[in-house]
Design a protein around this ligand. Structure first.
Ligand code: MN
Length: 205
């Protein structure tokens, strides 16, 4: 049984960058629905006991196309939002340790990473996500995905460690069509301690 991560903050704790109604609706409605529908599809597919990562990286083994689509969309929705909500914080944080060193080596600096990643997120046509991902060798990669796809469903060999949700439900109440403004403010909420933990887990460090 897959469950939503517990939020480490109150619904209003991310204001003014993210308003309380958006966070509450996003978590208690959108994310909750993906999670319920994912659990239903997992049971129907006989995949109980598998991890979400295992399911999302082996979707092509599901022969029923409707069931495969349900697992892809709702499994992605479950997994992507757990990552999104777990890497936000009202606290000021910065990357440290191995992740900071790898960001500097790959992108030049944290600011340079931001300058490359946010335009990818702004440019995702329609609903989707932008990612910072890592592989077991410790390499970093930025990418974007449509719908609820992610680097796991796309079989990139990379695991996302930071998720930027650019579905309109993530920002429309406050920002309307201004996705770039949402992303600029979302950047200031990133929990680099949590992202560093994700990096350590993926790389086995
Ligand atoms: Mn969302």
């Amino acid at each position: 049984m897959f469950t939503q991560i517990q939020l480490k903050y109150a619904f209003n704790a991310l204001e003014p960058a993210l308003d309380a109604l958006t966070v509450e609706t996003h978590y208690t409605k959108h994310h909750a629905t993906y999670t319920k529908n994912f659990n239903d599809a997992v049971e129907k597919a006989g995949l109980t006991g598998k991890t979400a990562e295992e399911i999302l990286t082996s979707l092509d083994e599901i022969t029923d196309p409707d069931l495969r689509t349900a697992l892809q969309n709702n499994g992605g929705g479950y997994y992507n939002h757990n990552l999104y909500f777990s890497t936000l914080t009202p606290e000021k944080t910065t990357p440290s340790g191995a992740l900071k060193a790898q960001i500097d080596q790959t992108f030049g600096s944290l600011d340079a990473l931001k300058e490359q990643l946010l335009p990818l997120a702004v440019g995702q046509f329609g609903s989707g996500w932008a990612w910072l991902s890592a592989n077991q060798e410790g390499e970093l990669q930025i990418s974007k995905s449509p719908n609820q796809d992610n680097p796991l469903t796309e079989k990139t060999g990379f695991t996302p460690i930071l998720a930027l949700d650019v579905w309109e439900h993530a920002y429309y109440l406050k920002y309307k069509n201004l996705r770039a403004d949402y992303l600029e403010n979302l950047w200031g909420l990133l929990d680099w301690a949590a992202i560093s933990e994700n990096y350590a887990r993926v790389t086995g460090a």
